[in-house]
Ligand binder design. Structure first.
Ligand code: NAD
Length: 442
């Protein structure tokens, strides 16, 4: 069984490497030539823990091959995973052009029975649409081969992507073909050593499970953030509230961490997508829509808080940002809250000293036009020099154990604004050096 992967981003590359590591021959394709060039030489274009080692090992064993050629990939693969991006359009709907382009190419080049797997997050009905496009494209090219389109959404978390791919909580397979279900079940049977449950269902249900899961998590984050805003006003402590809530087995403590709002390449676009789908089917998604608005509000509120706290320091306009990636453990800064916060601070005439262990390159892409307003540093202490405040935006572990005294010596001002409550436990100690402010706590 030869596996083909189209799109070698966070999802496709990790999935391809993990399949190869389970012993499957894997052919990975991307239209980005620079990426393929790097990958063929064993250099991962993204950071994920354990990826480098697994990539090198499987390249060496010749189980993993990279190509730019979609014809080669289509012809040589038995099961093809579509893992290309599905970004948002301006109106919040999903831009399916990359998925549909791939479907067209598959139809042009198909040469025997294949299972085509939608792993990208796609609106409900896309498996059907991909099937129609392949049929249409086969007809135009005088091709006539059997194939099945399956929905197999991905749930990995960036920063833990290799671990999550090997140990998923569940595997969801949506199909209307017994034959394809059997093939997919056989492929994923290797994961069963970890007792992973597999859900076999309809394609529409599989597609919806992905959106429903991401939307639910986004709602949970927006919920705790709203509680944090109110807690600050009424003098309650969101840290203890989250613990008290999380002890209820029906709620669980996960995703109850107050912060500057959710970001990343999935939650913002997937919540918008489901609201858009609701509109199309005349079923308004009130709860998810409110979560999106609460998230926007959260970013504005935390930025206003920073600006208000900075008002006492009129003669210094430098602010230090710790953490640019949308979460720790990844170099991905797509839609990160840090970007909105930085832009707003710049609009309020602040200069930004920024440091992130891995997110600088990606953040720079989105902050390109603000280059003269931002200085990037190689470590968290240099970024603090002559600044009014430290704003901890992303809770990288290395920001937890800093030396308070040397940090204070570098700063001009004395503000430490912890948008993740990452060092809240050190509050008493930190207050000897700084004015410390967390989120939803006094
Ligand atoms: P990504 O942007 O990191 O990677 C997508 C890749 O597809 C890029 O390398 C791009 O060059 C390539 N590509 C685009 N069009 C192509 C084409 N026609 N032929 C070949 N390659 C093409 O995206 P990602 O983060 O890996 O996400 C991929 C999909 O998986 C999205 O639908 C996303 O919503 C979903 N998803 C992402 C995550 C995550 O944490 N990143 C988790 C679960 C699901």
């Amino acid at each position: 069984m030869k596996i083909g992967i189209i799109g070698t981003g966070y999802v496709g590359l990790v999935q391809g490497v993990v399949f190869a590591n389970f012993g499957f021959p894997v052919l990975c394709m991307d239209k980005d030539e620079a990426k393929i060039h790097k990958l063929s030489r064993g250099i991962p274009p993204i950071h994920e823990s354990g990826l480098q080692e697994m990539l090198s090992k499987n390249l060496e064993k010749n189980r993993l091959v990279f190509t730019n050629d979609i014809r080669k990939l289509t012809k040589e693969s038995d099961v093809i995973f579509i893992c290309v991006g599905t970004p948002s359009k301006e109106d919040g709907s999903v831009d399916l052009q990359y998925v549909l382009d791939v479907a067209r190419s598959i139809g042009e080049n198909i040469n025997h029975y294949k299972v085509i797997v939608n792993k990208s997050t796609v609106p409900i009905g896309t498996a059907q649409q991909v099937e129609s496009i392949i049929l249409d494209s086969m007809e135009k090219n005088n091709n006539n081969f059997e194939f099945d389109v399956v929905s197999n959404p991905e749930f990995l978390r960036e920063g833990n992507a290799i671990f999550d791919s090997i140990n998923p909580d569940r595997i969801v397979i949506g199909s209307n073909s017994e034959k394809a279900m059997k093939i997919m079940g056989d492929i994923y049977s290797v994961f069963k050593i970890n007792k992973t449950p597999i859900i076999f269902t309809k394609r529409e249900t599989a597609e919806m499970i992905k959106y429903a899961s991401n939307a639910f998590l986004a709602v949970k984050i927006s919920f705790i953030n709203e509680m944090a805003l109110l807690s600050e006003k009424v003098g309650a402590d969101i840290q203890e509230i989250a613990i008290g809530m999380g002890m209820d087995g029906r709620i669980s403590p996960k995703f109850l961490h107050a912060g500057p709002g959710y970001g990343g390449s999935c939650f913002p676009k997937d919540t918008k997508a489901i609201v858009d789908m609701g509109k199309k089917y005349n079923e308004e998604m009130y709860v998810i829509d409110a979560a999106i608005r609460a998230n926007e509000k959260q970013k504005v509120k935390v930025t206003q808080k920073i600006i208000n706290l900075l008002k006492d320091n009129k003669d210094n306009k430098i602010v230090t940002i710790w953490g640019l990636s949308f979460k720790p453990g990844t170099d991905d800064a797509r839609d990160a809250p840090s970007l909105d916060i930085i832009k707003e601070l710049i609009h309020n005439n602040y200069h930004i000293n920024a440091y992130c262990p891995m997110g600088i390159d990606d953040a720079q892409k989105s902050l390109d036009k603000y280059n003269k307003n931002i200085t990037y540093f190689d470590d968290e202490y240099s970024a603090a020099v002559d600044s009014s405040a430290i704003v901890l935006v992303t809770e990288w572990n290395q920001f937890r154990g800093f030396d308070a005294e040397s940090l204070r010596d570098k700063l001009y001002g004395d503000l430490f604004i912890d948008l993740r409550n990452a060092v809240f436990k050190r509050k008493n100690e930190l207050e000897r050096y700084f004015k410390y402010y967390g989120i939803g706590v006094k």
